[in-house]
Design a protein around this ligand. Sequence first.
Ligand code: SF4
Length: 332
Amino acid sequence: MVNIVYGPVPSWRLGRSLGIDATLLPKACTFDCVYCQLGKTIRKLSSPKELNPVIGVEELIKQLERKIEKVGPDSIDFITFSGTGEPTLNPNIGNMISAVKRLIPFKPVAVLTNSSLVYLDEVRNALSNADLVSFKLDAADQQTFEEINRPVANIPNIKEIIESIKKFKAGHHGILALQIMLVDSIKPDFRVNFKGEALNCLIEGIAEIQPDQIQLNTPTRPVMEKHIKPVNSTILSAVEERIKEVTPESEVIRVDEERVPLKSIKREKKPIEELRGDILALLKRRPCRAVDISIALGTEKREIEAIVRSMVKEGVIIEIRSERGTYYTYSS
Ligand code: SF4
């Protein structure tokens, strides 16, 4: 059985988030972002009609019931559709959101989307029932958009995408967030988005949308293209100020402001085999350090360190050293 539900994982945006993978591996996406943590986009798709296989609502609910029973509803802050690709590629996403809300009505549902398909009426309708929809917006000019997000053919241009987000906002009663990844590069000719004309356009795009929340991020985990680097906190602060000037009503959340509610973590003793399965399910979705795994799974860090070391030796996962520590990722 393929795991559709994973976590809860600590999310700087949403606290402890129970993840739903609406597309499954290998990664199915409409983008091939230079900073993607999941490697190259293997299944490059441009429409929900192209996704195959499609996960059904019944299978999701079966797995979700089991997971909630196991972890307890108190250890979940959000139920989030994201996972290993673009969730709006799943044509069932609207029915899935409704079914999750019926099953666990007291927990908010979030969708993290790359915004590429919001121009479709059926996608806007499907997302309208979510409590929080977070749209990716790394650039608001076509050149930077193409350089950073590398959209597949048949995806609308960035101006149309921005118009579609505004259209969605007009009919949505929940929280509308923008997720912005600021990237630097060691390649002198790479069009970065944290300065110059690219930043001016991005600020204009954000001002046009006037989101409720802006999640300001920079890559902190190992990324797809080696030339991509995070921006420093001085740049993050400068961009944050520019954003606040044009969106006085919005909440701005930065990646370096940890929001994971550590208090809610339940420490529990689990059998090794179960832990190994949970670790693998987590690492298939994102690279993590031992401390991140420990928080996500509510298990002592020392125990996690011992398990990941043996999984590295066996070649099940691989180790990547970065400035923020040692990350572990799935060895596909
Ligand atoms: S970062 Fe998200 S949108 Fe970009 S390629 Fe990876 S999965 Fe797709």
